[in-house]
Structures are given as structure tokens and as C-alpha cells.
Design a protein around this ligand. Structure first.
Ligand code: V47
Length: 383
């Protein structure tokens, strides 16, 4: 296709977006074609984003807990994992878990994001106990915990079904599932980067079951390593298909590969242009997923700000204790204050709105930061 034909094809994609027609696989490939200027794809995604969310941008007040870095798997993109006997390996004690909960409470966190390794020697009850201790001591903090990779491991440890494991974790305090572990679904790539862990079918099935039990979840895609645009589009369309079926995904988070200290360290980190194009293409292809998150820890603050005009409507949270990206060379701060995150959003011309994990508005008591009311769900206009 010459440049004129390509531009005509892009005009056709624009018409589809303006008239609410769904994009197909080839349209997705076109969005990733660098001969279409990034600013054009970005402007189209911004149109779609503003149609859904107007001028607002969401954030939350959150913290992370990675209970162990010891992991039976050796995913090639991961700098966080440790062998069992490596001095770097750790597993938290109950006291440490409760201290993390107290710190979160003292700082007004509405959410704790809990993911980690699959420890060779920790039984299922150790993982369950983390949720139970936190939910008993700090019932106001939403526990967004364990990806399908961990749930799959719990099924193996307990010999229970997905539904039984999720049901049991819900009774221990599980509030929702984070989006991790999705990486790239296509087996051509997945087999090269994380061949042993839960495959695409299993990842999607666990989210399907979770949604059936009334749990909401997020979804991700790890890009900028061995994959090609066709693998990204395939990944996004598989998420869209499940969302048509269940409606349970809240947010999609594209995750830029960080190479430092990984088995793929020779691959350069994707540029901001790739990051922004991926965010924009995701907004346009995932017409049925309400939110697109520009995770500032991973993108860097400036790119995350720009992303709020390239399709993203959420910037994640204030964050504390993030390890997965910082172990892989992220140079972003370890956390942001509430004032700073609001200022970063305001600088972009967007209106900052605090939300909880389930995208309900949060109203804080101006005299006591730790006291808040959960309000109505945020407004999202369907495409
Ligand atoms: O599953 C691991 C990715 C994920 C690297 O649900 C890496 O709100 C880049 O899923 N370079 C975990 N990526 C993070 C995650 C997440 C983050 C923020 C918000 C939410 C949410 C979920 O991080 C892993 C993997 O895909 N990852 N190592 C790396 N070197």
C-alpha cells in the first residue's frame, strides 16, 4: 500500500470510530503502522476517550504489597523474581503484612494491590491468610489481589476448581483481581517469554469465572519485547471478546517492557512514541472496556501526562512500595503525594477525580484525610 492508500484506509477507520462501528484486526494493524502519524492516531483516540469520559481523569490512593519474590517460574521479562536460596529472596511475616496495612490506613489508602511470586514452600493458607489478616484489621481497604498465575497455582496446591478457590478467597477478603500475568497471549511469543505459566486460555478462563462470581478485574498487555503488532492486536481482540461475554473488566493497562536486570536486557525499552501509540490503539480497539490506564510508574510521569490526551483516562494511584518495575530499572519516584498527582492531572487540562478500585467517587472529609465516603460510580458513556 502506498502512503495515499494508507491515508485513505486511516480515513475509513476514522469514519468507523465516528459512527460507532467496531474496528477489526486489519484496522488494528493500521493503528500500529508508523506510517500513520502518531498525532493522528492520538487525536482519534482522544476523541473516543472524551466521548466516554469528558474531561475528567481518575486516580486513587493506593499501596502495593509483594508478599514474596521467590518464584518457581523464570519468566524472561521479570527482574523481580528470586530463587529460593538466593540472598535476595524474601517472604513477608504476618507482622510485616499488618504493618503495611497500618501504613496504608494511616495514609488514607483505599486500595492495596497484592501480587508476588509462587513460593516453592508456602502453602495456600499462607496466601489466603494475608488477605484474611488485612481484611479483618483494615476492612475499609479494598484488596485487589492475585493474578490468574497465582490462582492457577492455588488450584494446583488445593486441588480445587477455579470457582472454589475464588469463592474461598472472597470469603477471606478478596475484593477484585489485578490485570497482571496476561503478558502476550499469542503462543508464538508466550512460549518464548513465559512458557511454563498459565497460558492464554487459562488466564482468560480465570477472569471469566471471576466475573461470573461478581468479581471485577483489570487486564494488561506487556509490550515492547519480542512481539510484533499482530500479536498486540490479537491480544487486544481476545480481551475485547471476553469483555463482550462478561462485561467484568474495568481497566486495561498497557505495560511497557523494562529490560534492566532481566533475561531480555539486550532489548531497548520502548520509546514514548510506542507507549503513546499503544495507549491510543488500545482505546480505539477496546471499545467495551471503560477505562484505559496510563500507569505513571511504568510510563514515566511526563508520558503518563501526555497519555491523558492519547486515550487514557486514569493514571493509577499515589503508589507506595512498587518493586516489579523498580527492580527492572524504572527511574520514576517510589510514590507521589495526593497534591502532586492532582497537580500532574490539572497541568494537562483534565479534572482530577479520586476513585476507589471499583470506580466509585471518593469524598474525603476535609478535616480528617483518613475518613472518606464512597459515592456513586463514575459516569462512562458507552460507545
Ligand atoms: O504481570 C513484569 C509486568 C505485571 C516486567 O491491575 C513487567 O491495576 C515490564 O499487572 N517490564 C505486573 N513489565 C503489574 C500489573 C499491574 C500494574 C499496575 C496496575 C495494575 C492493575 C496491574 O508487570 C506482570 C508483567 O506483565 N512485568 N516484569 C518488566 N521487566
Amino acid at each position: 500500500m502506498n502512503n495515499l492508500e494508507l491515508q485513505r484506509e486511516f480515513d475509513r477507520v476514522c469514519d468507523k470510530i465516528y459512527t460507532g462501528e467496531r474496528l477489526n484486526f486489519d484496522d488494528g494493524l493500521l493503528l500500529f503502522d508508523t506510517r500513520i502519524p502518531l498525532t493522528q492516531v492520538g487525536a482519534l483516540a482522544n476523541w473516543a476517550r472524551e466521548k466516554k469520559h469528558g474531561n475528567v481523569a481518575y486516580y486513587n490512593i493506593n499501596t502495593h504489597l509483594n508478599p514474596t519474590n521467590v518464584c518457581i517460574y523464570r519468566c524472561r521479562f521479570c527482574a523481580f523474581r528470586s530463587d529460593l536460596r538466593d540472598p535476595k529472596g524474601y517472604a513477608v511475616s504476618e507482622e510485616q503484612v499488618l504493618a503495611r496495612g497500618q501504613e496504608a490506613f494511616d495514609n488514607g489508602c483505599t486500595e492495596m494491590h497484592i501480587v508476588g511470586g509462587l513460593h516453592h514452600q508456602k502453602p495456600y493458607d499462607w496466601y489466603r491468610g494475608i488477605l484474611e489478616s488485612l481484611s479483618q484489621q483494615f476492612p475499609s481497604i479494598h484488596l485487589k489481589a492475585w493474578t490468574p498465575v497465582e490462582i492457577d497455582w492455588f488450584e494446583y496446591l488445593t486441588k480445587k476448581t477455579t470457582a472454589d478457590v475464588l469463592d474461598d478467597l472472597q470469603s477471606a477478603g478478596l475484593g477484585s483481581l489485578p490485570g497482571g500475568g496476561a503478558e502476550i497471549f499469542h503462543s508464538e511469543i508466550r512460549d518464548q517469554i513465559c512458557e511454563h505459566k498459565a497460558d492464554a486460555r487459562k488466564w482468560l478462563e480465570i477472569h471469566r469465572v471471576a466475573h461470573g462470581l461478581g468479581l471485577r478485574s483489570n487486564c494488561t498487555m506487556l509490550y515492547g519485547h519480542l512481539e510484533q503488532p499482530l500479536h498486540r492486536v490479537d491480544h487486544l481482540l481476545r480481551l475485547r471478546e471476553l469483555q463482550d461475554e462478561t462485561g467484568g473488566f474495568q481497566t486495561f493497562i498497557p505495560l511497557a517492557f523494562h529490560p534492566e536486570n532481566t533475561n531480555l536486557k539486550n532489548i531497548p525499552k520502548p520509546s514514548s512514541l510506542v507507549d503513546l501509540r499503544t495507549i491510543a490503539a488500545s482505546r480505539l480497539l477496546l471499545d467495551n472496556i471503560p477505562h484505559i490506564k496510563a500507569y505513571w510508574i511504568m510510563l514515566g510521569i511526563e508520558t503518563a501526562q501526555i497519555a491523558l490526551h492519547y486515550g487514557a483516562d486514569d493514571i493509577d494511584g499515589t503508589v507506595r512500595h512498587e518493586l516489579i518495575y523498580h527492580d527492572a530499572g524504572a527511574t520514576t519516584p517510589e510514590m507521589l503525594t495526593v497534591e502532586r498527582i492532582r497537580q500532574l492531572i490539572t497541568e494537562t487540562g483534565r479534572q482530577p477525580i479520586e476513585r476507589d478500585t471499583l470506580y466509585r467517587k471518593i469524598y474525603r472529609d476535609p478535616n480528617d484525610f483518613r475518613s472518606w465516603q464512597v459515592g456513586e460510580p463514575v459516569e462512562v458513556i458507552a460507545s
